[in-house]
Design a protein around this ligand. Structure first.
Ligand SMILES: C[S@@+](CC[C@H](N)C(=O)[O-])C[C@H]1O[C@@H](n2cnc3c(N)ncnc32)[C@H](O)[C@@H]1O
Length: 356
């Protein structure tokens, strides 16, 4: 039975389903979920490309952040965790660059294909959920492009408040149906929706906020570094007409999420104002940066300059043309991480727990 058929049969019995339950089924259903079945998604042959898949410089640059945290916290028990670690393209270069190796390394993944790939990295313990992590972590917890996948509720602005959109049966398929806003949906939309005209859509990211709070609660000392597309309430306001919910498949924007459930990534722009508030409420001190600024402060632009110098040097020797091309491609991939309208425009939230 397809996921569409399974969802329609559940809805025939129970009525329309809250959007976050529908999204969770599309992404994580054990038999049909986009992440829980099928191949690795965040690779060149998959459905989207992320910073660490574009360039290993993302991992080597974050290794400097980790090294500085280790300096601050001490090496005893120092731990690296990668949440939604994908193929391991962030962990591998980071661990290669971090000398000495951290005492503990964990990779958390919802995808069995990703867990299999991560299991091959030396010294990495793989976990299917943050519940399997140690209760108290000293170190750095990374989450690149994870928060945008956590299931959202959909709130639509009415003249005097909010309505939700749930998913119900519509003809042979599925359709959105209006439902009264639950009190916590309305409270979140009031706090983080911004100034939205009637009919405007806000993705209510309660689950992502709870996830951030749960991770910060496990940090005895150290930092959560969460990078993703999105922005603050004010930055997201211009997109509140139709909202930011979208799908990806095979590196392109995919169909309406209701059409072929389970066959596409479903994602939203992360509301970082809400994530910062969740991390602060859990006890962290938080900074929000653009990715280009964050990586520049950690020395990536200097590395790129060094690669350019190396290229010029190699250009003088015709016998080293292949090497020059390799350095050039390394440089251009690293530059992609800083593109001001692309990956450089991502946000990086650093939520720090000072510890003792
Ligand atoms: C967009 S990919 C990013 C992968 C990797 N961080 C990178 O930057 O290449 C999102 C990853 O998060 C994983 N994922 C999604 N939801 C998750 C969850 N709730 N817990 C753990 N992993 C999750 C997916 O399986 C997928 O590998």
């Amino acid at each position: 039975m397809s996921l569409l058929a399974a969802l329609r049969s559940t809805m025939a019995a129970d009525g329309p389903m809250p959007f976050e339950e529908f999204m969770a089924a599309c992404l994580y259903d054990p038999d049909h979920g986009f992440f829980t079945t099928g191949p690795l998604r965040s690779v060149k042959t998959g459905d989207f490309l992320t910073s660490p898949e574009v360039s290993p410089a993302f991992g080597t640059t974050l290794a400097r952040f980790a090294a500085a945290e280790r300096e601050r916290l001490g090496a005893a028990g120092f731990t690296i965790v990668d949440l939604g670690a994908g193929s391991g393209s962030l962990l591998r270069p980071l661990l290669d660059a971090l000398d000495p190796a951290p005492e503990h390394v964990f990779a958390v993944e919802a995808s069995p294909a990703a867990l299999e790939a991560l299991g091959w990295i030396d010294g990495v313990t793989v976990c299917a959920s943050i519940d399997e992590l140690p209760d108290r972590i000293r170190g750095v917890v990374l989450a690149n492009e994870l928060l945008d996948n956590l299931p959202v509720r959909l709130a639509v602005r009415t003249g005097d408040g909010w309505e939700e959109r749930w998913v119900g049966i519509d003809g042979d398929g599925l359709g959105l149906v209006a439902a009264p806003a639950r009190p916590d949906t309305a409270a979140w939309a009031d706090a983080y929706g911004g100034d939205v005209a009637p009919g405007g859509v806000v993705e209510v990211q309660l689950a992502a906020g709870e996830y951030v709070a749960a991770v910060v609660a496990r940090l005895e000392a150290g930092a959560l570094v969460a990078s993703d597309y999105g922005g603050t309430v004010d930055e997201l306001e211009p997109r509140r007409g139709r909202g930011t919910l979208r799908t990806y498949r095979a590196h392109h924007l995919g169909p309406d999420p209701l059409y072929e459930p389970g066959t596409t990534d479903i994602t939203v722009d992360v509301n970082f104002t809400a994530m910062v508030a969740a991390a602060e409420a859990a006890g962290a001190t938080v900074e929000l940066n653009r990715q280009d600024d964050f990586l520049t402060a950690l020395g990536l632009r200097d590395d790129i300059r060094a690669l350019r110098d190396r290229e010029l040097e190699l250009a003088r020797d015709p016998d080293r043309a292949i090497e020059r091309l390799r350095v050039r491609s390394e440089r251009t991939d690293a530059e992609t991480l800083l593109h001001p309208r692309g990956l450089g425009d991502f946000r990086v939230m650093v939520a720090r727990v000072p510890g003792t």
